[in-house]
Structure formats: structure tokens, C-alpha cells
Ligand binder design. Sequence first.
Ligand SMILES: C[S@@+](CC[C@H](N)C(=O)[O-])C[C@H]1O[C@@H](n2cnc3c(N)ncnc32)[C@H](O)[C@@H]1O
Length: 325
Amino acid sequence: MLYVEILGSLPGMATDEVRTLLGREPVGRDHLLLTVEGDPAPLTRLGLAHEFGLLLFEADSVEELLRRAKGFDWPIEGTFKVDTETMSNCVHDVRELPRRLGAVIHSQGFRVNLSRPDSVVRVYCGERLHVGLRLHAFDPKEFEARKAHRRPFFRPISLHPRVSRALVNLSRAREEVLDPFVGAGGILIEAGLMGLRVYGVDVKPEMVEGARLNLMHYGVRDFDVRLGDATRLEEVFEREFEAVVTDPPYGTSATLGGRARDELYREALASIHRVLRRGGRLVTAFPADFDGESEGEAAGFRLVARYYQRVHGSLERYFYVFERP
Ligand SMILES: C[S@@+](CC[C@H](N)C(=O)[O-])C[C@H]1O[C@@H](n2cnc3c(N)ncnc32)[C@H](O)[C@@H]1O
């Protein structure tokens, strides 16, 4: 059994990201802690998670946890430390737990190292207490280093790299991704770092050049970014794609290239439908005042899921996951 600690900012999307990567439903949940079964390897691709690991056992009180810990066969290698996470729904007093649990594990012959442990025993406090062994923690600095202002070609309009990564995962892409409004390439950087072949289109030559520069800067080599129109994709590549992930411009006339926003979205949806393989997914954002659900269905897509996000005071959006039947 595994645990995944998801981010609190987009919990619905984060849960579906885990579900999509594992291809199965979580077996349990306690606030931001998901309990899942399966192979942990695909989870290293997650965007909206803090960490994942082996779930060792669960308890309903601190005393029960310590009792179980005494007879437990700890899968610890080298030195260890105990690290607790008090979630906002925590109903147990865990202040003394690291010291007390550490002493129990130490009495079985394991050495403590608080600064550089080889193994981290994680205790999550929510409705219940969940004891795990960390397998992988996502380093926030790695995502920060790929935020828009850290790229060689900078444009302020860009998704957070964690969100871009989640969108790619929700697309179920295994081989390739097309972003028809590529911009500075934020989505393709994440997809490329996951080992996917990436394709991009933008109407502005400077964006095409900028996206290429950014992809190369982060070590993505397998890309094909072309000048073209997202409403005429079939003319740009003359082939079908496994998955499409995108973040279209939201409204300033500069990024819309002088066209009416809703008309651009409608025509782009129709064009994406023409180049997306049957059974393939389109994952896209739209501002909340555009009825993406009806418009997507009118273009021939089936809605799989959508997630709301307030970006700032005047901008609210939904992320949509569509499938081409
Ligand atoms: C919001 S930006 C994309 C941001 C990008 N997802 C990222 O994370 O860096 C939208 C881009 O769409 C481009 N664009 C506008 N109209 C277009 C069209 N008809 N076809 C292709 N690209 C278009 C703009 O030039 C702009 O670069």
C-alpha cells in the first residue's frame, strides 16, 4: 500500500492526477493524504503532490500507534528520523510523537540522524494517524526554477509548472503532446521533461523562437515547434496527435492576435477535434465566463472532468479534461 500527500490548492485535480497515473481509484483518503495501491514508479511524474511513500500502518490514537510500533518490522535502511505532518483536520495531540516513536524505533537497533537521515518515517495526523516510509519528496525548488520569470525567454502569462505537469498527466499522454497555443512553452517543458515528444504552435514568430529557446534551456531536445494557427492545425502538421494540452490566451487583444475571443476558442476546439486521435484527450483552460462544457460538447468532445481555479480578483478559470469519442 502507498500514500500520496497531495497539494491543497487544487485538491480535485490533484486526486485525479494520482488516479490517472495509477489507472485506479484511491482506496482511502484523509484530507490531503490519499491511500493507493499499485506500482509507485509512475508517481514520480506527479505535479500536484508533496511526496509519496509506503504506507506501513494506521492507528486511531497515539497510544495505539506506539503499541503497534513496538512489534513492527521496520523496513528502515541506514539511519532514520521521524517527521510528523499535522494536517488541518488533525484530531490527535502529536507534539511528543516524533520523540516517543523515535525512541521505540531506536530501541530496535536503528540509529537516529536528524539532519541527514537515510530513511524518513512519516506520520500524518488527520482523522486517523497514518505511518509511512517516504519514497520520494518533490523538491519545490525544482518547480520554482522553471517558473516563468526564471526562463531565458520570459512572458508573464504562464501556468505554474506544477499545474502544467498535472494537465499533461490528466491528458494520459504516453508518447506525445501538442500545445496549439504554445506561448513561452511552459506546458511543453514539463511534458518534455517527462520524456514525451512535444509539438507546439503559435501565431507569433517571437513566441515560436522563445519556446524553442526555453525548451533547449531545460534540456528538452525532442520538440517540433512551428509557426501556425491553432484554428488550422491540420494544415500545420498534417497528422493526428495522441493528446493535446493547452492554455489559450484569455483576452488581451495583443495575445488574441486581434480576433474575437470566443470565436477563436470555438474554431480552435473544432481544429483540435480534427487533429486529435479517437480516444485521445484534450486538457485545456478557459476563463469562467466561457461555457467550455457546452462549447466542447458542440465541437464533438465528451467532458471527463473540470476544475475551478480563482487566479486573481478578476480572473477565474476552469480546467477541462475532454475526450474525443
Ligand atoms: C496564454 S499564452 C500560452 C502560455 C503557455 N501555455 C505557457 O505556459 O507559457 C497564449 C499564446 O497563444 C498565442 N496565440 C494567440 N492566438 C493564436 C492562434 N490563433 N494560434 C496559435 N497561437 C495563438 C499567443 O501568441 C500566445 O503566445
